[in-house]
Write a new protein. Sequence first.
Length: 317
Amino acid sequence: MKNSDFEEVRRKIAAYTIKTPLLFSPHFSREMGKRIFLKCELFQPTSSFKVRPAFLGILNHLEEARLKGVLTSSSGNYAQGVAYAAKKLGVKATIVMTDDTSPLKIAGAKKWGAEVIFCGLTFESRFAMLEKIEKERGMYVLHGFDSCDTIQANTSIALEILEDLPEEFTLLVPASGGGMLSGIAQAIRHYRPHCQVIGVQPEKGGAIYHSLQAGERVSTGKVHTLADALVASLPGGNTFKIIQEKVDQVVLVSEEEIERAIFALHQEQHIVVEGGGSVAVAALLAKKIQPRYETVVCVLSGGNIDRDVLQGILARG
């Protein structure tokens, strides 16, 4: 991508998304001995960065989307993003979700008028159902992490960070199928190639981590994790190539480390972050990384956590 391409993507979605704040954290900075910033994507509409790729995916194919409707599969945050974007753009949306998807995220998709179709329990069953509905209805299919539209939309996150920070920095990014990580890494390497880019995944799953170890894409199968937004069992073909080339490292965090991060963000920053959205802070607090720079940015990718789950974490302290 050229400079103009990155800026065009950002311009196209700017009317529908917000430039999220980059918050300096005195508490985490003091604890870690670094300058820690939090990129708060949970402040987007639908409380997740996923509205960025949802809007770009529809806007780039708007005539077809309005004619046919859009179809996607999602573990929750992309579903809500697509439902919201479709509503705003006058498009019918159908979402395929597994039976055990978070009730909060199911309700979020339905709230914006999307049709939700359940498909069983596995990641693979989502795509089998998606293919079935596509053949039956001829809808336009959006991919939550591996399409060019999705990857390009997520470059806008990096552009905002680069605009706010003139210095070199270490950047920690949550990762599932790799759409956000690959998009951010692509833009960082283009504009400021010496910055350090690190992906973070839950130990339960971690398909990108294990694929990097193997040197090829491998499936981790169905998992249950507190980071329910990060359950892709196989990295995207497009995203994996970019990550191999442009990401310095991918690390894993445990369920206990994720819980600690959710608690710390609530108690010290007074913000509610879901499990998948908190893994960057989890890796930082657990000292899973060696930051190359004094300035460290953690992307908080989403805030859609079930009330009972959050209350349990806060009660355990």
